[in-house]
Design a protein around this ligand. Sequence first.
Ligand code: ADP
Ligand code: TRP
Length: 334
Amino acid sequence: MDQPRARVLSGIQPSGQKHLGNYFGAIAQYLALQDEFPGECYFFIADYHALTSLRDPPALRESVREVARTYLALGLDPHKACLFRQSDVPEVTELMWLLASVTGIGLLERAHAYKDKVDKGLKPSVGLFTYPVLMAADILIYQATLVPVGKDQLQHVEMAQDMATHFNEAFPTDPPPLCRPEPRLSSAAVVPGLDGQKMSSSYGNTIGIFESGKALKKRTGQIVTDSTPLGAPLDPDKCNVFALLKLVLGPEQRDELAGWYRAGTRAGQPFGYGHAKQLLAERIETHFAAARARREELVAHPEEVERVLAESAERARRLARRTLDACKRACGLT
Ligand code: ADP
Ligand code: TRP
């Protein structure tokens, strides 16, 4: 197979409204990769994977659309990166079978994500158990060399490396049909939620990327702080509001704000958490203003989103077919 020097791929869960943790922890890095590797970035919305937990067809459809709008609004450029539905390339499920045939049960039994879910009392489906095989097919079918993921997905990428090796060794051809992907961990720190824990849709402590106006002010107003009275000195490094503000301020503004915190005053007036929360709401609103407007346009023009998804899927599918054909030839299926 022709192997690219670098090809980036990642899957995005179709979990509807994305939050600031998703943006600063993942989306911003993905979008930066399209400038580093223009034309070689493949991002797909993992709707097959979502079926292991979601049984609500309208909700799944709408979540997929919302995720696509979110990425496009935030700057995904379809000329530089493909953005498509996983299920629009059904070849991945066929490659999954080929990989499953060379994968030992033991490898899957060691998956942390699977074990955690079972430990929490979830009755596992075969789909949940074989989730890492589908994920490996996702990665390997596009000959991806670089897979940006969060820490929780690292083991799954390592499993994809193992499956590529097992397949190439089981069916040796020259060149081997599958190439080895490398994970790339995002270096961003964990973004705290309203309660100071990691921001996560499963904890209900999120601020949505596109929240604005009163709703946004209400959210920032809910951020947990200590009870230091207005005008007393505050420690910025122990404050969730400051941690979030740091993400949307430049370095000079950040230092100035830290000064107000430590002094407990701003321009001779008392400064407290309430002011910081107000500032945070304003800053989030301006930081994402252009993206919010673009998202509104996409809501009004769903055909534009569908066009990007369809065109990207076509390109991705061509690539997927080539890999699948090579794998089928290697194992004697054609
Ligand atoms: P959630 O916890 O809301 O379900 P996901 O697990 O779907 O979020 O995460 C999607 C991506 O966003 C992952 O790459 C993950 O590392 C990143 N991410 C999610 N929450 C945070 C956070 N609070 N801080 C930094 N990155 C995050
Ligand atoms: N499992 C990933 C997650 O939960 C999503 C995903 C599916 C993925 N297939 C992938 C990520 C392939 C990277 C590569 O976030």
